[in-house]
Design a binder for this molecule. Structure first.
Ligand code: T3D
Length: 257
């Protein structure tokens, strides 16, 4: 079904792995489309309560495949046709998305990691806003997310200098949810993803929606929206289970409905 990525669902987690290791998982148009499709598939699947995006081999993603572009290409059109739809699918996804950054995340690969809700970072991984090194501006939502995560000044610095940021430094900047030792990688990423998948999925989707909305609304508008979000959350089975478990002094067993 997919050629440039692998996709499987296990214990409520959709595992989406970029699969062009010889090119450090560089993006092609086909890969953009397959990621978009897999995220959409995960959004709609009742089986899926968390999504992990990672890379095969030693890299997370090296950005656009530079062997697949030439001077005559309209890069704006490329963004509108391939990267934009992929990033929009990720932004509108109601399920929590975890970037498991196993190695270097460069260019649009960095943007992909930034667009995810959490970034688990291997101690051997690094981030590189490589665009400026080839005379381009950070794209695929990069500046939008980066400035929100690390602040304006650091976002400008990383984008203009285009230098590698090692995992430990990324953690200090708030880019990493957690840095994980190589020997613990599989176990800890799986444990984190399954923990997220065991939580009240609909509430998480609403948290994502209203956190994002808070940037665009006045406080009064926001409170109005928030009340609607809480009304919806209050109708879920997980809310009933949460309150019941509390009164019965036991751990809640959420089902994502
Ligand atoms: O068309 C447009 O440009 C518009 C779209 C823009 C979106 C973007 O993402 S722009 C940014 C594109 N990405 C980059 O500029 C990063 C380029 N890659 C690197 O800077 C380095 O490869 C890394 C820092 C990511 C990793 O360095 P290192 O030393 O660990 O590995 P390497 O030796 O450079 O790369 C290993 C192989 O992967 C190598 O191939 P080879 O020689 O073994 O056959 C290298 O050419 C290939 N590779 C790495 N990145 C890309 C790539 N091939 C194609 N495209 C790549 N982006």
């Amino acid at each position: 079904m997919y050629e440039t990525i692998t996709y499987r669902i296990e214990n409520g987690v959709a595992w989406l792995s970029l699969n062009r290791p010889d090119k450090l998982n560089a993006f092609t148009s086909q890969m953009n489309k397959e990621i978009q499709k897999a995220v959409k598939q995960s959004s709609h699947s009742h089986e899926v309560r968390a999504i992990v995006i990672t890379g095969e081999g030693r890299a997370f993603c090296s950005g656009q495949d530079l062997a697949d572009v030439d001077d005559s290409m309209n890069l704006g059109q490329m963004l509108r046709d391939d990267y934009g739809p992929m990033m929009k699918e990720i932004a509108r996804c109601v399920k929590p998305i975890i970037a498991a950054v196993n190695g270097v995340a460069a260019g649009a690969g960095f943007s992909l990691a930034l667009a995810c809700d959490f970034r688990l970072v291997s101690e051997k991984a690094s981030f590189l806003n490589a665009f400026v090194n080839i005379g381009l501006i950070p794209d695929s939502g990069n500046l939008y997310y980066l400035s929100r995560i690390v602040g304006h000044a650091k976002a400008l610095e990383l984008s203009v200098l285009g230098q590698k940021v090692p995992a430990a430094e990324a953690e200090k900047m708030g880019l990493a949810t957690k840095v994980i030792a190589v020997e613990d990688w599989n176990e800890q990423v799986t444990a984190f993803a399954e923990n997220i998948a065991s939580r009240p999925t609909k509430a998480i989707g609403l948290i994502k929606r209203y956190l994002e909305a808070s940037y665009h609304l006045s406080f009064e508008e926001y409170l109005k929206e928030e009340a609607e979000g809480q009304r919806i959350a209050g109708l879920t089975k997980d809310y009933v289970e949460g309150v019941t478990a509390f009164t019965e002094k036991r751990k809640a067993q959420f089902i994502g409905e």
